[in-house]
Ligand binder design. Structure first.
Ligand code: FNR
Length: 360
């Protein structure tokens, strides 16, 4: 028993207690050896902060803007699948917490509530995350529905031409419920004869032929700004900037896809340098502390996205839990900024951190 949590990591324990093992493992797990899963968190521990002293920090302002939308702190909710496995009202509850926390929620394509249900239940600023399936008309249809329902941007996830091998799901025979957004659109039923049906389903549906020219196609079917999620190299960041995306998300899908990619915080600076300020860069993966957010901002991220801690908050305590998770991260970021001598997010610079390489 953890008792009243004092940090985001403790929500993970509460969620473990609250959830059936199959669902907890689905949320918590990563691909194969889960090496990157650990690294995403631990790489943050190897970056040190260089605080500046005697700065007037009697007021600290964490607010920032993302694509022109003002939010209370540089902390967004990452798109994660199937919130109804964690809470009976699923993403509706998460979105309410996003609204109360004055931040942006990125709704997953594989949400357990529809685009419409989430839109009508709260006034959070919402982006919509898109997977492109072989049946292109499904993506086109969802883009239209996102537009019609006031979603402000599309986040196209490009790290999943195949489905990562998550061994816990295979062992647990994890079977995904029907995807609400796709009802009436998709007749494919994945066979679930062997263990989990997740991999079979994803590999049947996901368009593994998706490539750069398809980003042009997406641009041609929407007026919404397009962000690309899953960039891990400077080379791809340059291409993304060239095709005219509105933002780049450095992400390894929370280590659920390709194991042995570097921790996202370790590749952030390469991406930031490559895009040379042409487009904003965001980061997700392993962000568990306000100090992590500070480090990501110092290395050039405009904001971070939070995946698992939000689900763990939802599973443990519903809307209140998600709000607490975001509030804890905000409180920690605020004190970090004060102790490091930064009055606003703009004051956080590259010189406020020392990476492992710089210490050697
Ligand atoms: C994800 N992620 C994800 N990404 C995406 O683009 N579409 C999706 O549907 C999902 N689903 C999903 C489910 C679960 C259970 C997890 C944990 C993750 C990846 C997610 O957006 C984000 O990249 C990571 O979760 C960030 O890492 P942390 O914060 O979980 O360490």
């Amino acid at each position: 028993m953890v008792g009243e949590p004092v940090n985001v990591n403790e929500f993970q324990e509460l969620a473990r207690e609250a959830l059936p093992k199959m669902y907890y493992d689905f949320y918590a797990g990563g691909a194969e050896d889960q090496y990157t899963l650990k690294e995403n968190v631990e790489a943050f521990h190897r970056i040190m902060i260089r605080p500046r002293i005697l700065v007037d920090v009697s007021r600290v302002d964490m607010s920032t803007t993302v694509l022109g939308y003002k939010i209370s702190a540089p902390i967004l909710i990452a798109p994660t699948a199937l919130h109804k496995l964690a809470h009976p009202e699923g993403e509706i509850t998460t979105a309410r917490a996003a609204a109360a926390s004055k931040t942006i929620m990125v709704l997953s394509f594989t949400s357990s509530c529809t685009v419409e249900e989430v839109a009508s239940s709260c006034n959070a600023i919402r982006f919509f995350q898109l997977y492109v399936y072989k049946q292109r008309e499904i993506a086109a249809m969802l883009v239209q529905r996102a537009e019609r329902n006031g979603y402000k941007a599309l986040v196209v996830t490009v790290d999943s031409p195949r489905f990562g091998r998550r061994e816990a799901d295979i062992k647990n025979k994890m079977v995904a419920p029907r995807l609400k957004n796709l009802e009436g659109l998709l007749s494919i039923e994945a066979d679930s004869d062997n263990g989990s049906n997740l991999e079979a389903y994803a590999n049947k549906t996901m368009d593994a032929s998706l490539c750069w020219k398809d980003i042009e196609w997406l641009k041609s079917i929407t007026n919404l700004p397009i962000l690309i999620k899953g960039v891990l190299t400077g080379e791809d960041a340059i291409k993304a900037a060239e095709v005219g995306v509105a933002g780049i998300m450095v992400s390894n899908h929370g280590a659920r896809q390709l194991d042995y990619t570097d921790a996202t915080i370790n590749v952030l600076e390469e991406v930031v340098r490559a895009v040379r300020g042409r487009v904003p860069v965001f980061l997700d993966g392993g962000v568990r502390r306000g100090t992590d957010i500070f480090k990501a901002l110092a290395l050039g991220a405009q904001a971070v996205l939070i995946g698992r801690p939000v689900i763990f908050g939802l599973a443990a305590k519903g809307e209140h839990g998600v709000r607490q998770v975001i509030q804890m991260l905000k409180d920690e970021l605020e004190i970090t900024m004060a102790l490091a001598g930064c009055r606003s997010v703009k004051d956080i610079t590259r010189r406020h951190v020392r990476t492992e390489r710089e210490r050697l």
